[in-house]
Design a protein. Structure first.
Ligand code: ZN
Length: 258
């Protein structure tokens, strides 16, 4: 039985002391992983680890929160060059995030996030790759993009889904999957979404080192813990754990052509 953590950041400094151990212990338990970049440097190191280990894949992107502090104009031009790499299976994370943005800054920040999103989504399409979307306090902004994305044939996953059931249904109708993290092990806000949407539209992920699931709360998260996300989905849907693992693995394979 195989699983895949469809969204983790094992290139982040949280793993500087034991990164290889973390990767190996996950692969030893047949848990593959997609290492997701959030800027130029972390996208490049995602490719580095994906090139070293089979079962490790890379996604390259620029996180919407980073438009405030980083030189996104030049970084996205570099990231564009990484997309064609054969270990890169998706473009992201890209998206919209208005969390902790001062109200008077919001319009300008969202405008920049839009430019980054449109640019990298278009490059994904040109390279026949899907997108990994980050949305925080910006669901309406993303939902408005869906018709245009659908028209262009751009799909992917909305990672760490935090919206409502109607949001999930709109996103799925546009051809996207939705990703669930360890948050669902301690926050029951999405139980109805998990129970209702087709299992064929769900991906599982850790977002490690963040969002550690129960029963590991208080510890650093890691890709292996995606098993807890699968277990929670199995329990909410009253479906065997093995079936959740199998279907969510197949979903990632299909979506990202793994
Ligand atoms: Zn992430």
């Amino acid at each position: 039985m195989r699983l895949i953590d469809s969204h983790c950041h094992i290139q982040f400094p949280a793993y500087n002391d034991d990164r290889v151990d973390v990767i190996k212990r996950s692969l030893a338990e047949r848990v593959d992983m997609i290492v997701v970049g959030t800027d130029k440097a972390s996208s490049l190191s995602a490719i580095e680890y994906a090139s070293k280990y089979s079962g490790v894949y890379a996604s390259v992107g620029f996180h919407p929160s980073d438009v405030v502090e980083k030189n996104w104009r030049s970084e996205i031009l570099s990231i564009k060059e990484y997309i064609a790499n054969k270990r890169v299976i998706a473009v992201g994370e890209i998206g919209f995030d208005t969390h902790r943005i001062a109200p008077d800054q919001k319009d300008a920040v969202v405008r920049d996030q839009h430019i980054v999103f449109d640019f990298l989504a278009e490059e994904a399409r040109a390279n026949n790759k899907q997108i990994i979307v980050h949305i925080r306090d910006a669901m309406e902004i993303f939902i408005k993009q869906l018709p245009a994305l659908k028209k262009k044939g751009i799909t992917g996953v909305v990672h760490c889904f935090s919206g409502t059931l109607p949001d999930a249904q709109k996103i799925i109708r546009a051809g996207f999957c939705i990703g669930f993290t360890g948050m669902i092990t301690f926050n029951h806000s999405w139980d109805a979404v998990i129970a209702t949407v087709p299992l064929e539209k769900i991906l599982i992920e850790t977002d490690a080192p963040f969002l550690t699931p129960v029963p590991h709360r208080g510890k650093r998260n890691e890709p292996l813990f995606v098993q807890e996300v699968a277990r929670t989905i199995a329990s909410i849907r009253e479906t065997p754990y093995e079936r959740v693992c199998e279907i969510t693995y197949a979903n990632a394979q299909t979506l990202f052509s793994l």
